[in-house]
Design a binder for this molecule. Structure first.
Ligand code: SF4
Ligand code: SF4
Length: 364
């Protein structure tokens, strides 16, 4: 396609645009619905968790709301520790097991569908996307950092990930078990809530800087700082489903690359292997050429050339279905096997929750 003249590119582009108009791309609408449903789910979990904590803070007076185990999705470090414990012992940990099931669900999603967790489910990813779109509206555009700065900053999330993996990787089974049984481990979720409730000046300034950076640079937090996203990205390198480009159908317009929030050169590659690809399908939505770009499984060797990979493409509904299958499948499995809830006696919570701010990390 690189030898097309400008006139040919334009004619080809117009023809494909006409074809595309008869079949509008729904991927971004569907993805946005999934994202905001997940934000709503997290909001609902947050409110229920807050009510549960308030009950103990009031000394057991008033409305009691059962503790929503799903709030443990906000404990990725506990999820990683528990997963290691499970791998070494074959036992499901009794404290924060939901953190582990959710952690495994998000790993599985990344293994199958690239970093789809980040662009389809993670509420922080959704907020980041909202912020850079807002920033683009206010300032007219987003900033693109020079390549050296971009690469160095991207390394930070891997450094943070290395730190957590090293610390947890060097812990023995006994150390993992005893950490989770400390007061800090037992109410790590309450500590997390209190961090947001009683934010100090420093934390507020850091968050304000992150918000501003996220308005200026697309997905600032996810791209440079999130160790969870870094882990999902590394796992996603094994994903068989990738963004793939058909050079025959491509009209070399470059719209995919210009639209990609991860700044990937989609228009120059045959498939996107990068750990930065979040399967957001923005490139697919931006592509004016029919079937030039798809989120698909690898080509089948025996298939006829025209059907090679597009017969194996995944549309947004299929992506939604797979994400829902993994997410709800693991939750239902954990519930059915009685491993979803952390079963700590109420008296322990009654003792710890009102004094959560005095409970310190065992390493301090
Ligand atoms: S390559 Fe496509 S799917 Fe991947 S991050 Fe860029 S726009 Fe999203
Ligand atoms: S794959 Fe990219 S460069 Fe090719 S037609 Fe689609 S948007 Fe244009």
């Amino acid at each position: 396609m690189g030898t097309q003249t400008e006139g040919e590119v334009s004619l080809h582009g117009e023809m494909n645009t006409l074809i595309r108009r008869s079949k509008p791309d729904r991927s971004q609408r569907i993805r946005n619905v999934v994202q905001w449903l997940f934000v709503a789910l997290n909001g609902w979990l947050g409110v229920r968790f807050f009510l549960w904590v308030s009950y103990f803070e009031r000394g057991g007076e008033g409305l009691y709301v059962p503790r929503p185990a799903g709030a443990e999705g906000w404990l990725p470090i506990a999820g990683l520790m528990n997963f290691k414990y499970f791998l070494l012992t074959g036992l499901v940990p009794s404290i924060h097991p939901a953190a582990m099931f959710l952690f495994v669900a998000f790993l599985l999603m990344s293994l199958i569908l690239k970093k789809a967790f980040c662009a389809w489910l993670c509420p922080v990813g959704t907020l980041s996307e909202l912020l850079w779109k807002l920033g683009r509206k206010i300032f007219g555009r987003n900033l693109h950092l020079p390549r050296w700065a971009d690469l160095s900053l991207r390394g930070m999330k891997y450094l943070l990930l290395t730190f957590f993996v090293f610390v947890i990787g060097t812990m023995s089974v006994e150390a993992l078990q005893s950490f989770m049984s400390t007061p800090y481990g037992l109410i790590a979720d309450v500590k997390m809530l209190n961090f947001f409730r009683d934010m100090g000046d420093t934390a507020m300034i850091v968050i304000a800087l992150l918000v501003l950076s996220s308005m200026l640079v697309q997905n600032f937090w996810c791209r440079y700082l999130c160790p969870y996203g870094a882990l999902m990205g590394l796992v996603s390198l094994l994903s068989p489903v990738k963004i793939r480009r058909d050079a025959e159908a491509c009209i070399d317009c470059g719209k995919c690359a210009r639209a990609c929030p991860a700044g990937l050169p989609v228009d120059r590659l045959m498939q996107i292997r990068s750990a930065e690809c979040s399967a957001c399908m923005v490139c697919v939505a931006a592509c004016p050429a029919q079937n030039a770009l798809q989120f698909s499984l690898p080509p089948r060797r025996a298939a006829a050339p025209a059907q090679r990979w597009f017969s194996r493409a995944l549309g947004p509904l299929a992506v939604t279905g797979i994400l829902a299958y993994i997410f709800f499948g693991l939750i239902l499995f954990a519930r059915a096997t009685n491993h979803w809830q952390t079963n700590i006696p109420r008296a322990v919570y009654m003792n710890l929750v009102p004094h959560a701010n005095e409970v310190t990390h065992p390493g301090m």
